[in-house]
Design a protein around this ligand. Structure first.
Ligand SMILES: [Zn+2]
Length: 233
C-alpha cells in the first residue's frame, strides 16, 4: 500500500471541529443568512456590501482558529507517503495549508484570496476586502471579489481532480455530506476505476452506500487513527 496513489476529499465537517461554522446549520441558514443572499453571483451583483461583510467576517475568524488533529494527520500522511497524493478540499478556509499540506486543491476557492474582475488576476488577501478594495496588480478599485466558487459557478481544477481520481488506488472522503455535486460524484469515479473507497464522517452520509468502507465518528479522532494505521502504526 505504501506506493499507492491516494486522493482525499475534505468538507465542512473537518473545519467544524476547529470551530468554523458549517455551511448549513440545523436551521438551514449559514450564520444567519440564506445561501442565496451571500453565496451566489446574483447576490454579489445585488448587494456586494452584504456579501463582502459576510466573507470579511469569516476571514477575520480564521485568526481565532487552529488546524485540528485531522488537518495535522493529513499533512503528516502527505509528508510520509511515497505514492502520489492529492488533497482536494471543498473548504475555503486555510486550515489545511496551515497544518502543512502541500498537494492541495481548493475546488471551491479560498477566502484568503482576492480575484480582480478587471484584470482577472488572483492574489493573497488577509484583511477586510469590502466594496472599495483596490487590486494590487492593476490598481482598479471596486472590482475585487473573494476568490470563492459560488453556487452556479464552476469548481476549480476539475480536470486535474478527475485525472487524479481515475489514477488513484484509494479514495477517502472526510467530513462531507455527500450532497453537493460535483464532489458527491468523486467516489463513483474512483470506484469505477478500481479504487478502494473509505468514508470518515460524523454520521453516514447520503452517499455512504457507495463506499467500500465507512468510519463513523469525529474527524479529529478518526483521521489520526486511520493515518496511523495506513502508515503502519
Ligand atoms: Zn486587477
Amino acid at each position: 500500500m505504501e506506493s499507492a496513489n491516494i486522493v482525499i476529499l475534505t468538507g465542512a465537517g473537518i473545519s467544524a471541529e476547529s470551530g468554523l461554522a458549517t455551511f448549513r446549520g440545523d436551521d438551514g441558514l449559514w450564520e444567519g443568512h440564506r445561501v442565496e443572499d451571500v453565496a451566489t453571483p446574483e447576490a454579489y451583483r445585488r448587494d456586494p456590501a452584504l456579501v463582502h461583510q459576510f466573507y470579511d467576517a469569516r476571514r477575520a475568524r480564521l485568526a481565532e482558529v487552529e488546524p485540528n488533529p485531522a488537518h495535522l494527520a493529513l499533512a503528516r500522511l502527505e509528508a510520509a507517503w511515497s505514492g502520489e497524493f492529492l488533497l482536494v478540499t471543498q473548504n475555503v478556509d486555510n486550515l489545511h495549508e496551515r497544518a502543512g499540506s502541500r498537494q492541495l486543491i481548493h475546488m471551491h476557492g479560498q477566502n484568503t484570496q482576492g480575484w480582480c474582475l478587471a484584470c482577472d488576476d488572483r492574489f493573497p488577501w488577509d484583511g477586510p476586502m469590502g466594496e472599495g478594495a483596490c487590486c494590487p496588480l492593476c490598481r482598479t478599485q471596486g472590482r475585487v471579489r473573494p476568490d470563492i466558487v459560488w453556487f452556479g459557478e464552476m469548481p476549480y481544477k476539475m480536470d486535474a481532480i478527475e485525472d487524479a481520481l481515475r489514477n488513484c488506488d484509494l479514495f477517502v472522503s472526510i467530513g462531507t455530506s455527500g450532497a453537493v455535486y460535483p464532489a458527491a460524484g468523486f467516489v463513483q469515479t474512483a470506484r469505477y476505476c478500481g479504487a478502494r473507497t473509505l468514508e470518515i464522517n460524523l454520521e453516514p452520509s447520503l452517499g455512504s452506500y457507495l463506499f467500500s468502507e465507512s468510519w463513523t465518528g469525529k474527524a479529529s479522532v478518526e483521521v489520526p487513527k486511520w493515518v496511523k494505521e495506513i502508515l503502519g502504526g
